[in-house]
Structure formats: C-alpha cells, structure tokens
Design a protein around this ligand. Structure first.
Ligand SMILES: [Zn+2]
Length: 119
C-alpha cells in the first residue's frame, strides 16, 4: 500500500514539472510577442510557473522584468508560490554544472598563465 502511494506521488511530481515546463514555454512566447510590439513599457500577464495543478495565477511583469528573470534561469512565480522540489533541484544542478564549467575554465587559464610565465 505504501509502495503504491509512493509511486503515485512521483507521477504527480512529474506532471508538475511538465506543467512548469509548458507554462515556461507559453511565457517565452508571450515575451516574444511583447518584444515585437512598439511599446515595451507596459506590463504583460505571464503565467505562474509553479506547476501546481490548481494554479492558474497570472503575474504582471514588464518585458524587462520577465527577461531578467528568464535570463537568470528563474521562474515566473505568483507571490507565495514555489517551484516543486524536483524542479528546484534540477535548476540547482544546472547552476552547479555551470559553476563547475566556469571553475574548470579558470583553472585551465591559470595553468596556461603559469606555463607562459615559466618560459
Ligand atoms: Zn502558481
């Protein structure tokens, strides 16, 4: 019984990430449409990306606000709403990987500098 329950939870979890991804895609399209219009000062209604099945909230953002969220890898969220733990973990992993690549790059550069100085 407990096993069945656990499996059900994980399916719900996956659905939530799917909704988050779908809404993020919709928001991206709204952003593109907004970008193509002459007036970029006004606010647009973006969908909350928390992915909860009962959530249909919209968040009013200017294109600039949305772009800065999107570019920094953050989600559009209504006040008090959060991403699922799975989605948060996924984003943290992506951040960690980016940091690791950056660290590796700097290490290689440091090695090159040391070599250059040695000659
Ligand atoms: Zn929400």
């Amino acid at each position: 019984m407990a096993r069945t329950h656990a499996r059900k939870e994980s399916v719900v979890g996956r659905k939530r990430e799917f909704k988050t991804a779908a809404l993020a895609e919709v928001n991206r399209h709204i952003g593109e449409v907004a970008q193509g219009l002459p007036s970029q000062a006004e606010e647009w209604e973006f969908f909350c990306e928390c992915g909860r099945p009962d959530c249909s909230d919209v968040v009013r953002l200017t294109l600039e606000e949305y772009s800065s969220l999107h570019d920094s890898g953050q989600a559009v969220l209504a006040p008090g709403h959060n991403l699922s733990q799975v989605e948060r973990a996924r984003r943290l992993n992506a951040d960690a990987e980016a940091l690791q690549r950056q660290a590796q790059h700097q290490l290689e550069r440091a090695h090159r500098n040391m070599r250059d100085r040695g000659t």
